[in-house]
Design a protein around this ligand. Structure first.
Ligand code: C5P
Length: 220
């Protein structure tokens, strides 16, 4: 099986309070996007396409290996992945879609995703259990109900797909649709999405505290 990687890296970094795109923010001296690309490669995925903010293309090219393909991202994550998918070679069997915001994803997670695809899953995502009580609130913040915790999972990346399945799902997704991950995109055409165990170390860097934790994780 020949798998290619997509890294969604065209977000702004507003919630991180950074004055540059989040994917360029350094972790132990290395930009988050570089960590994400290196993680995919450590997991055996060598062909990588990165969706970047159009105005920052040169800055991304400066911190990534020369053989990484850069494409202009879009206004939403969905638009960015759509653009990157168009640049993935039609000869690959599978595509792993990863967030630049998950820099410390261990190779084991990538291996589990690849193994599930090789075993025939058309779509697979790494997940973690939900440990907190999870509730639904109304507009005023008042609890209106609680969700049973046992069947809930938190979804991580990279998410793996049979390439043709992902291409077809994006083709049928209305232009302008905004979904928060790619499992949701293939779900819209009825594809069954399998799960494999994720890893707490693959946590998403969203706010400054997440970056501080990631710095501790790499021991810098
Ligand atoms: O905003 P959020 O943290 O959910 O973004 C997840 C990933 O999607 C990040 O790595 C971000 O760079 C990427 N993204 C993107 N294009 C956008 C918005 C987010 O590639 N327009």
């Amino acid at each position: 099986m020949h798998a290619a990687g997509i890294v969604a890296a065209a977000g702004s970094g507003l919630r991180l309070g950074a004055d540059q795109p989040k994917a360029l923010v350094p972790l132990a001296g290395r930009p988050l996007v570089r960590w994400a690309v290196d993680a995919l490669r450590a997991g055996g995925v060598t062909d990588v396409v990165v969706a970047v903010p159009a105005v920052e293309r040169a800055a991304f090219a400066a911190v990534l290996p020369d053989d990484v393909v850069l494409v202009d991202g879009g206004a939403s994550r969905t638009a960015s992945v759509r653009a990157a998918l168009a640049a993935v070679s039609g000869t690959v069997d599978a595509v792993l879609v990863h967030d630049a915001a998950r820099p410390l994803t261990p190779p084991d997670v990538i291996a589990r995703v690849l193994a599930a695809l090789a075993a025939g899953a058309p779509a697979v995502v790494p997940v973690l259990p939900v440990v907190d009580t999870t509730v639904v609130v109304d507009d005023g913040g008042v609890i209106t109900g609680a969700l049973p915790r046992e069947p809930l999972r938190r979804v991580q990346t990279p998410q793996g797909f049979d390439r043709a399945t992902l291409v077809e799902a994006y083709r049928r997704l209305p232009a302008g649709a905004e979904l928060t991950d790619d499992a949701a995109v293939v779900h819209t055409i009825g594809v069954e999405v399998a799960t494999v165990p994720g890893d707490d170390r693959a946590a998403k860097v969203t706010v400054a505290h997440d970056l501080a934790l990631a710095e501790l994780q790499v021991g810098s």
